[in-house]
Ligand binder design. Structure first.
Ligand code: FEO
Length: 414
């Protein structure tokens, strides 16, 4: 896809990855895009690059607008490979360009490239780059989501180039929110945002809240948000800011998600009366089987629901491997403000359900104890126990959910 002008003199020059389905373990059924931006001003300035495999696409897009040798500045907002691994290709074409990067970004970049032949300017929050008619202000966003991360704000265009933040993993011919929603739907865009946030940004809610507050304090008026993945927020940048604030405040649906795995269908059979018990209390319920579902999909379901019930058979006195793997992955994402419970079948000694509760404790999650354990296959009495536990768990979820109220709306335009 050729360059697209997003603001006068500012062009999307990125690449669309229709085919990626496994983004370092995160399943991306709709592909993604690597967005970078070219500012055609007195000093031609490139903001970010793309994943190495796609370097020819961005170089062609740049060439369609200007001779790459004319690039005076390269801004590197983030050094993860999907955004900077074609920097050496760019620097071959524009060897005299000055690279604007955070101190941590430079330190990281030194581990990827021989940077001794390149010129750098280390920047921090509030530093500016005047390209002629435009002024870029840098805003460090450490740990959103890497230590080096920053954003670039173009004052004259009220444009925030936000790097990974506010992105989505979607490959689309649409470049803007209004185009995408016209072609698909608002809901599909919201799903993509939540999926991305759950799998990448879940640990950083407090930092996100602080950063949004900092942006508001700096008085930056935002008319457009251009992330480095997915569509650009042209029509409604306030929507994505509000969604992020809601998610950072741990907003979730009043719903229980049952995430389970099973050896010989016994733990699986427990999900039916559990589900019926939850429903009987008037709470929505979703059931997700691990091994049949990509982990990143299960993570999104956990993120969207106020409570989770984890089902695990006991294997060799411990949790079933896929469930243990899932809880380890979830622990790294540091979920908060979600209620937890566990259930499962065992043959002789048991132990998996106890381990699941220990995992919840390690994560600092509030849990409803005891869970339900069944010897071998659930019989009618066990099913009644499951139904009752599901109902009790849902009632506790209703009470727990009341702690979380709505948030103040975010404003990004006066
Ligand atoms: Fe899209 Fe942190 O890289």
């Amino acid at each position: 896809m050729g360059a697209v002008e997003i603001k006068p003199g500012i062009f999307w020059v990125g690449a669309i990855d229709w085919a990626v389905r496994d983004f370092h373990g995160y399943i991306t059924p709709h592909g993604t895009s690597y967005n970078n931006y070219l500012i055609l001003d007195k000093q031609v300035t490139l903001v970010d690059t793309v994943k190495y495999d796609f370097s020819e696409y961005t170089i062609d897009n740049i060439r369609g607008l200007v001779d790459p040798a004319k690039i005076v500045n390269v801004v590197i907002n983030h050094i993860e490979n999907d955004h900077m691994s074609s920097l050496d290709r760019i620097m071959e074409l524009a060897p005299n360009a000055l690279i604007h990067i955070t101190a941590r970004g430079k330190k990281g970049l030194d581990r990827f490239f021989d940077t001794s032949r390149w010129q750098f300017k280390i920047v921090k929050t509030g530093d500016t780059l005047n390209t002629g008619a435009k002024t870029i202000t840098f805003l460090e966003t450490p740990m959103l989501h890497w230590p080096d991360s920053m954003m670039s704000y173009v004052k004259e265009d009220r444009l925030l180039i936000s790097q990974d933040a506010f992105g989505q993993h979607v490959a689309s011919a649409a470049r803007f929110d209004d185009e995408f929603c016209g072609q698909y739907s608002v809901m599909s865009l919201e799903h993509a945002v939540r999926d991305y946030y759950a799998n990448i940004l879940m640990p950083f809610g407090t930092l996100i809240k602080n950063k949004i507050a900092e942006v508001q304090k700096l008085g930056l008026v935002i008319d457009m948000i251009a992330p480095d993945h997915g569509i650009i927020w042209r029509k409604d940048p306030g929507k994505i800011l509000q969604m992020y604030l809601d998610m950072a405040n741990d907003k979730a649906d009043l719903r229980v998600v049952i995430v389970y795995d099973t050896m010989w269908h016994s733990t699986e059979r427990m999900t039916i009366p559990l589900m019926e018990g939850i429903k009987s209390a008037g709470v929505d319920v979703e059931v997700v089987k691990l091994r049949s579902t990509p982990m990143s999909v299960a993570i999104k379901s956990i993120w969207e629901s106020r409570a989770m019930l984890v089902g695990t058979p006991t294997l060799n006195n411990i949790m079933f491997p896929s469930v243990a793997e899932f809880l380890t992955h979830l622990r790294g994402l540091r979920p908060k403000n979600r209620l937890a419970g566990a259930f499962g079948s065992f043959g002789w000694g048991g132990g998996a359900v106890k381990e699941a509760y220990e995992a919840f404790k390690t994560m600092g999650l509030e849990a409803v104890e005891p869970g339900v354990e069944v010897l071998y296959r659930p019989g009618p009495e066990d099913e009644k126990k499951c139904f009752d536990f599901g109902k009790r768990f849902a009632e506790k979820t209703i009470e727990y959910h009341k702690r979380f109220n709505g948030n103040e709306p975010v404003q990004c335009r006066p």
